[in-house]
Write a protein that binds this ligand. Structure first.
Ligand SMILES: Cc1cc2nc3c(=O)[nH]c(=O)nc-3n(C[C@H](O)[C@H](O)[C@H](O)COP(=O)(O)O)c2cc1C
Length: 172
């Protein structure tokens, strides 16, 4: 699929079929995160792929809007340095996430970012070191409703171009 088409069609998917994601497709997805740009090319991220149903269920308890993780085929926990250290940390993580989500969509895999409200419980669960932090997870899986992948973008799903952009100066 053309990149422009993936960008146009991709939507948040929160309901997944039971079909597991093949190892090589998961590898393709995290490799897209690895390819993302980052400030000073620091690549200060680490991605933990979770497929274990019990761990997915535990993760689903760590956010206010995280329930979907319990039904996902996999999750990718995005670890970063402390986001308070510099603004670019979450900018970089967001780009890695977007690359992974767009690649997943191209493979027919739906996804959705999930905010972790209890990052220290994520540390206890996954055992990552003190200098890394987990603020976001991607849920992943084949959409329960496969027509989601080809559905027309819903009207009003995004603000208009004129609302979110200007040329040369603010408001023009
Ligand atoms: C930083 C970030 C955090 C998000 N956190 C959650 C979340 O905790 N739970 C959830 O269900 N969706 C979460 N989302 C998904 C957004 O709600 C979704 O991307 C947005 O509504 C647009 O959806 P659409 O592309 O289907 O129109 C998050 C998205 C971003 C970018």
């Amino acid at each position: 699929m053309e990149v422009s088409q993936v960008i146009k069609m991709k939507r948040a998917v929160r309901e997944f079929s039971d079909e597991p994601i093949p190892e090589e497709q998961l590898a393709q997805v995290i490799n897209a995160g690895r390819r993302a740009q980052s400030a000073k090319n620091r690549q200060a991220w680490h991605f933990i792929v979770v497929r274990d149903r019990e761990i997915l269920a535990e993760l689903s308890q760590l956010g206010r809007f995280a329930k979907q993780l319990a039904g996902a085929a996999a999750a990718i926990v995005i670890l970063t340095p402390d986001p308070a250290e510099r603004w670019s940390i979450m900018f970089d993580a967001g780009q890695a996430a977007a690359y992974m989500q767009l690649t997943a969509w191209d493979l027919g895999i739906g996804s959705c970012p999930v905010t972790l409200y209890e990052p220290e419980r994520a540390r206890d669960l996954l055992g990552f070191p003190a200098d890394l932090h987990a603020r976001a997870v991607l849920s992943l899986g084949y959409p329960e409703d496969s027509s989601t992948l080809t559905a027309t973008p819903h009207a009003g799903g995004r603000k208009s171009l004129s609302e979110v952009s200007s040329y040369e100066r603010w408001g023009s």
